[in-house]
Write a protein that binds this ligand. Structure first.
Ligand SMILES: [Zn+2]
Length: 537
């Protein structure tokens, strides 16, 4: 299918390329049906365009840049909002010119910190990106729904059961966004969902109703010796208090500044929520050295009397509860720590990660979790890009407004890889017919038998003439080798011709997705195969 050239950079081999082209054709067809118009934009983009919208900072090191001979910096496009919005600003003047749905299928570049998972996380990839331009929010909503329908059609036609989930906008920006997820055991994304009301969200975005702790009478602070006690579990065991009565301190560095995040001991910090609240470009876990430099004792960190560090407190910490917190000296903790009596927060917000078993934020039902692969991402951008780049239109009364935008992406290679993750068994790939590299795997056995090779050549020519796509295994290999390769490649229908099937004037037909094979009379075999494929298409 593919061959690696460098980390996160791949060549497509002939079979992989055929799959990619089929996916591309399905996507193009659905975009056109939804009213999209295809165009072509350059990979090379001036850095100044990115500076105008500030997204050079949001993409940070993910942006590939290079210098030309005049020492001007150019960007290898990771996405095309800037280029297209500027173009639209030159050509759209009136409300009569809108709405517009413009798209391309093109190569993108993103300098991923950790390229991995074959085609799942790569640095160069092909993407379909459509952009919508509307006069108002209602228009955007209409375009957005149109795209959601088109995306559903794409996954249906590829034979992939993708789920629609709420998502975080990340570096793209904007307010609302959704992802399509394909459930896969080793998918790198986690989806939180409710069976009762169909609420579903990427864990980065997911909300949940956490277990409640009843407010208590505030008690006096009390220092206790806790030799060797570091983790929440150890604190809870040593002092015999439940984990939801402990305070967890987690340190981050946001754009170079140390952040002290406080959360109830039984919960975890959601880094995406934290990043959004801090409005920072880069967020990472603090190192031991970062924490030490601020005069804080890791494992016994206390928010009390802390200076020069931004404190972000999760909502779970604000009820009146006598928490156990670090003492900010070795082997010491403090009991009965209360907010806001004993420590202040710079920001109070929901920064907790949702998890299975917690309550659904919509209906109160119980949440579940599963792993998935993101195979599509759509965004309501609003007007921040059109304002930055001056993409305005004049309404009926002659007043000027920024154009309301949306953007809609599908990575083609990622869809290919996700399809394999979803459809395989221990023998190999099991392609859904619409995106399989070929329809038929034609497999003559014992080709030294002239009748076998004659019938095979003849059948090959007839199937091709009828428009069926046939991979002809004309190698001099044993039946075992051929069958194993057929299973590995996962072409939907295997047609075997051997002296034994010819004794019955038949060929053997086997679906890759089924265990049993069947004999089909040679006479009329082409028509039968055509029918099979039509039915499944
Ligand atoms: Zn629910």
């Amino acid at each position: 299918m593919i061959s690696q050239v460098a980390a996160g950079v791949y060549s497509y081999l002939p079979l992989g390329w055929r799959v990619l082209k089929k996916i591309e054709n399905i996507i193009r067809d659905e975009m056109d049906k939804a009213g999209g118009q295809e165009l072509g934009m350059p990979v090379l983009q001036p850095l100044e365009l990115w500076q105008e919208t500030g997204r050079d900072q949001a993409f940070g090191k993910g942006l590939f840049t290079l210098s030309d001979r005049r020492e001007r910096t150019l960007v290898l496009g990771p996405t095309h909002e800037e280029v297209l919005t500027q173009m639209v600003s030159h050509h759209v003047q009136s409300y009569r010119d809108l709405p517009k749905l413009l798209y391309q299928i093109q190569t993108k570049f993103r300098d991923e910190p950790r390229p991995r998972g074959g085609l799942i996380r790569v640095r160069e990839f092909t993407m379909k990106d459509l952009y919508s331009f509307d006069v108002d929010e209602a228009g955007l909503e209409e375009s957005y729904q149109k795209m959601l329908r088109a995306y559903r059609n794409i996954y249906d036609r590829c034979g992939l059961p993708a789920l629609l989930v709420e998502a975080d906008s990340g570096a793209i920006g904007g307010k609302d966004s959704h992802e399509f997820m394909l459930v896969a055991e080793n998918g790198e994304d986690e989806v939180i969902y409710c069976d009762k009301c169909k609420y579903a969200a990427n864990v980065d975005k997911a909300e949940s109703v956490k277990s409640k702790v009843a407010p208590e009478e505030s008690l006096l602070l009390e220092e206790v010796a806790t030799p060797g006690v570091m983790t929440i579990e150890q604190v809870s065991n040593f002092l015999k208090v439940p984990q939801d009565h402990t305070l967890k301190a987690v340190f981050y560095v946001a754009d170079g500044k140390l952040i002290f995040a406080m959360i109830r001991g039984d919960l975890e910090v959601n880094e995406t929520k934290l990043k959004n609240i801090l409005h920072c470009f880069e967020l990472r876990m603090a190192t031991e050295a970062d924490v030490k430099e601020a005069g804080i004792i890791a494992g016994s960190a206390s928010p009390m009397g802390l200076k020069g560090v931004k404190i972000v407190v999760d909502e779970s910490v604000t009820p009146r509860i006598n928490f156990v917190a670090g003492g900010n000296k070795p082997d010491t903790h403090i009991k009965n720590v209360n907010y806001p009596r004993d420590f202040k927060a710079d920001i109070v917000a929901d920064i907790a990660r949702a998890k299975a078993g917690e309550g659904c934020p919509k209906c109160g039902g119980k949440l579940s979790a599963t792993n998935g692969i993101e195979v599509g991402h759509v965004f309501k951008l609003g007007t921040f890009l059109s304002e930055a780049l001056g993409a305005l239109f004049i309404d009926e009364k002659g007043t000027s407004h920024p154009i309301v935008m949306g953007c809609y992406g599908i990575g083609l290679g990622r869809l290919l890889a996700a399809a394999i993750e979803h459809y395989h068994d221990d023998k190999g790939i099991v392609w859904p017919l619409p995106i399989a590299p070929y329809h038929v795997y034609l497999c003559p056995l014992y080709r030294e038998d002239t009748k076998v090779s004659e019938v095979a050549e003849n059948l090959y020519a007839k199937l091709e003439a009828e428009g069926l796509e046939v991979l002809f295994d004309d190698r001099e290999e044993s039946p075992g080798v051929k069958f194993n390769d057929a299973d590995l490649l996962g072409i939907p229908i295997r047609v075997t011709i051997s002296p034994r099937t010819l004794e019955k004037d038949s060929v053997e037909v086997k679906w890759r997705s089924e265990k049993e094979s069947r004999l089909v009379p040679l006479e009329g075999a082409v028509t039968r195969l055509k029918e099979f494929i039509k039915k499944d298409k």
